[in-house]
Design a protein around this ligand. Sequence first.
Ligand code: ADP
Length: 305
Amino acid sequence: MAPLKVSGLRKSYGGREVVAGVDFELARGECYGLLGPNGAGKTTILRLCLGLTAPDAGTIRLVGEPVPARARQARMKVGVVPQFDNLDPDFTVAENLLVFGRYFGIADAQTRRRIPELLDFAGLSGKEQSRLATLSGGMKRRLTLARALVNDPDLLLLDEPTTGLDPQARHLIWERLKQLLANGKTILLTSHFMDEAERLCHRLAIVDAGRIVAEGAPRDLIAREIEPQVVEVYGEDAPGWAATEGARHARRLELSGETAFCYVGEDQVQALLAHLATRSGLRTLHRPANLEDVFLKLTGRELRD
Ligand code: ADP
């Protein structure tokens, strides 16, 4: 049984379809990512999967239970890290875990026995009695992750688990998520960080305007969706060069500000670099294509709010 299976999911707000026919299925033990720009519908998809909002159409099966019909029962077996921490600021670290355990009908004594292990996992050992106000943003995020494990779920739903964290704190969360995967947990996460998705996700769906526009393993998406090599051309002369000669040298060319992104085949790289070397007003960076290139190709370079 798939930990989560979604078919034909649709949801409109105020006459606008924000989830416009979404299908995906998680395999046990995998990390599956929903990757998309702001407003793509990622959070709404998670909320639908948890039965926190009702779909207009489609079917959802979460840990074997039909949602929304048996959403409450399903949620008992799932761990959730919401986009914004909703820890209780008046409680201590330990009290936050105890209160959360009670939502799942777990006796305080039982949660108390697990607190050392949960705090050790979160890198918060010895912080049982600390007030929430004394914790950094990264610590609160780790506590939210520990809290999501109170009911020992096999499936975790994480909404932008590292947004707003500094690089050190992000790396620590990534390590913990990898540890959970190594222990056999299944993870569904949303993100708009390419490095996060590339690092953690076995498979991911690129979501835009409520639809899945591509799905696959990060490497397969790169191989399938985009030219293999990129030469970035910078400098004042780059827009002029892109408008006149650029297109002759690249399979595809995108201009963003003063940078021309030349997407080329393996066979074109050397000729392009040789040509650019003759142009003193241009600086270049040659690199293999990555997930961000795929993301920008499929979802565009315009700003989203
Ligand atoms: P993402 O998580 O990808 O940033 P969301 O799922 O949060 O996207 O939002 C998708 C779109 O749906 C956005 O345009 C947002 O404004 C809209 N939306 C989300 N929730 C509601 C709601 N409760 N009422 C009205 N519009 C909503």
